[in-house]
Design a binder for this molecule. Structure first.
Ligand SMILES: [Zn+2]
Length: 158
């Protein structure tokens, strides 16, 4: 028995039910709790939105006050560490571009991660700041979920 089998046989999968959103009369597909207009009421989507909101708020704070606003257990820190783990050393500028951050924000994360001993910062030949994972952060750890990749547009529309 795996998750797929379980889902296949679970009651309600083919059941037609009505959306749980207050006042909504739409039916839902596949026994889902909410119709496609109210899919954002589903708990996992709300979790995801809450995490993304927290990430945005953190970045706004980092932009304002710098490295001390960095949350070392937040999604953004995890994203940077996983990125370096997968792609190897990266300039701050390159990292900023790849992760869609402002250079100053990426620099602040770099300082914070360096302070925690997770990365080292050095200058490359062209004088750009290079971020490199320290060995203690090289091993993949059980990851904080990276929910952005997990919810596809199809799922959101389902
Ligand atoms: Zn609805």
């Amino acid at each position: 028995m795996n998750l797929k089998t379980l889902q296949r046989w679970s009651p309600g999968r083919h059941e037609r039910r009505q959306c749980d959103a207050a006042g909504c009369r739409s039916g839902t597909k596949g026994g889902k709790q909410f119709c496609s207009s109210h899919v954002d009421l589903q708990p996992y989507v709300q979790d995801l939105l809450a995490q993304l909101a927290a990430q945005e708020e953190e970045i706004a704070n980092v932009r304002r006050v710098g490295a001390r606003a960095v949350d070392p257990s937040g999604i953004q820190t995890q994203e940077i560490l996983s990125f370096l783990r997968v792609h190897g050393d990266k300039t701050v500028r390159g990292l900023a571009r790849e992760l869609n951050l402002e250079v100053e924000v990426a620099r602040a994360y770099g300082r914070s991660l360096k302070r925690r001993g997770l990365v080292s910062l050095s200058k490359n030949k062209r004088g750009a700041t290079l971020m490199r994972l320290r060995s203690k952060s090289r091993k993949p750890r059980p990851q904080v979920a990276t929910p952005v990749a997990e919810v596809t547009a199809d799922e959101l529309a389902a």
